[in-house]
Design a protein around this ligand. Structure first.
Ligand SMILES: [Zn+2]
Length: 341
């Protein structure tokens, strides 16, 4: 048989065999049969050495073409079956109901932080964050807690070596923001804080705060009241009444705590408000001039207000949760009761 005819037959055999490949295993058999080191094509290359010199170029060229064709068919088959069977080969019952995938949702804490910060963002505040491990300067000294001042005892601290601690409040972020920028500064600072306290239904070693700060020329207590009342009405409802009680924080002067009428009983007195009719929702005040001096702001030129909202307390009041530990235990039976759209 003429060698060129034989190659033609082989060409058809390769194509027919390739058409019948229906699995990765078939593809491998194809490769072994035609393309392997001892496969048909390799053997023909070997046999070519016996041919006349005049025939070699033509046969060689044809063999090369066949090898390319076989390789291409093999690669295509592999690709086809490595992707799995074609979808059309799987019977589909389009009338079956779909499977519902469980959808995740935000934790109560995350949700509360997002809701609170969104309200302040809508009033022109932006978000700032800082590290959870702080130095004495940021956590205390720059915030007008002098060394050995009894105010430091208000916040039981986890110390890490001499100068480092887990921050006891998000207020240090105020210092960092003022150091890194010039007034006007209008920021809210959400984050996690730590206190060295006995864990109980009412207190935990970790919780979250959102601090707020507004610094500019001519900022007054009226600005503070206007902003915080607007916040409280957006978050708790427009029907509430409010009051500011004098309080003390080292980094603000004067300082106050803001109460709103209990949204549960409307001020009549109930278990949640401990029969007072009032709920404390945040601490606030005008930035102490010593804090401005710590960040090299001129206290004669700039004034500002600051406030701090406890997230766990807010969430517990709002959702009627009476044990703070629940918020950190991730018991799905609890978490699934708080699913938002
Ligand atoms: Zn009440």
């Amino acid at each position: 048989m003429d060698i060129i005819d034989a190659l033609q037959t082989l060409s058809e055999e390769i194509k027919n065999t390739a058409k019948q490949i229906s699995s990765l295993k078939d593809a491998e058999e194809f490769r072994v049969r035609f393309l392997a080191r001892k496969g048909i094509i390799a053997e023909l290359f070997e046999a070519m050495k016996e041919l006349d010199a005049s025939e070699k170029p033509q046969v060689g060229k044809r063999l090369n073409e066949l090898r390319e064709t076989a390789r291409k068919l093999y690669m295509e088959a592999r690709e086809r079956f490595e992707k799995g069977p074609a979808i059309t080969s799987v019977p589909i019952d389009r009338t079956l109901p779909g499977r519902t995938l469980p959808v995740g949702h935000q934790h109560i804490i995350t949700r509360t932080i997002d809701e609170i910060t969104a309200i302040f963002i809508s009033m022109g505040f932006s978000i700032a964050c800082g590290p959870e491990i702080e130095t004495d300067w940021y956590n205390f000294e720059a915030l007008n807690f002098p060394p050995d001042h009894p105010a430091r005892d208000m916040q039981d601290t986890f110390f890490i070596g001499n100068d480092l601690m887990l921050r006891t409040h998000t207020t240090p972020v105020q210092i960092r923001a003022m150091e890194n920028g010039k007034p006007p500064i209008r920021i809210v600072m959400p984050g996690r804080v730590f206190r060295n306290e006995v864990i109980s239904a009412r207190s935990h070693i970790q919780f979250h705060q959102v601090d707020g700060l507004y610094v500019d020329e001519h900022v007054t207590f009226a600005d503070l009241k206007g902003t915080l009342v607007a916040f409280a009405k957006r978050y708790y409802g427009t029907a509430l009444r409010y009051r500011f009680r004098p309080s003390f924080f080292p980094f603000t002067e004067p300082s106050a705590e803001m109460d709103i009428t209990c949204y549960l009983c409307g001020g009549k007195g109930c278990r949640v408000c401990k029969n007072t009719g009032w709920l404390e929702i945040l601490g606030c005040g005008m930035v102490d001039p010593n804090v401005f001096r710590a960040v090299n702001y001129d206290p004669d030129r700039y004034t500002g207000y600051a406030f701090g909202i406890g997230i766990e307390r807010t969430a517990m009041l709002r959702y009627g949760i009476d044990d703070i530990r629940i918020l950190f235990e991730n018991d799905l039976r609890i978490n699934r009761q708080f699913i938002w759209p």
